[in-house]
Design a protein around this ligand. Structure first.
Ligand SMILES: [Zn+2]
Length: 161
């Protein structure tokens, strides 16, 4: 069975339990930027409910131009003011570096990506770098940002000072 078929089936159960629609603006006025890692169920681990927060995810939870685009829309159109970053232990981006990854893609496809993978070694410095990029963005209404690291081995979230 293709994954989409399992998902369509699962959605039948979801629709039965659907609690009703909510306002488009997040109730807790917060946007979360997180890694796409499959072991981070963000709503559960952060105590969020449907309608509470924007969740913006990509490989590494890094601050790209498109993340800034989403945060800008989140703040200017939909009223969020706080930003929370969630990076994590054992990230896939710690297993390579930008040059090696570009080599791998080029060898497999014949094309070298024009963007960097944004690999990193130290997760705390990566969180600090993401906070710095948000604080430097000229488009945001609020740069109230705090960063965390989620331990995929224990389920605990730790704030990065
Ligand atoms: Zn990751």
């Amino acid at each position: 069975m293709a994954e989409i078929d399992r998902m369509l089936e699962a959605n039948e159960d979801w629709a039965q339990r659907f609690p009703g629609s909510k306002p488009v603006a997040p109730a807790r006025k917060v946007a979360v930027v997180a890694c796409m890692d499959s072991r981070m169920p963000l709503f559960g681990l952060l105590g969020l409910d449907v309608g509470d927060a924007h969740v913006i995810r990509n490989a590494g939870g890094v601050i790209t131009e498109d993340v800034i685009r989403s945060l800008t829309i989140s703040q200017h159109l939909l009223g969020t003011r706080e930003i929370v970053l969630v990076h994590h232990t054992e990230c896939g981006l710690q297993s390579t570096d930008d040059v090696t990854f570009a080599d791998v893609v080029e060898q497999a496809t014949g094309r070298r990506p024009p963007w960097a993978a944004r690999a990193f070694t130290d997760v705390d410095s990566d969180v600090r770098e993401s906070m710095r990029l948000i604080q430097e963005s000229p488009y945001l209404l609020s740069r109230e940002v705090r960063g965390t690291v989620y331990d995929v081995g224990t389920g605990r979230l730790r704030e990065v000072a």
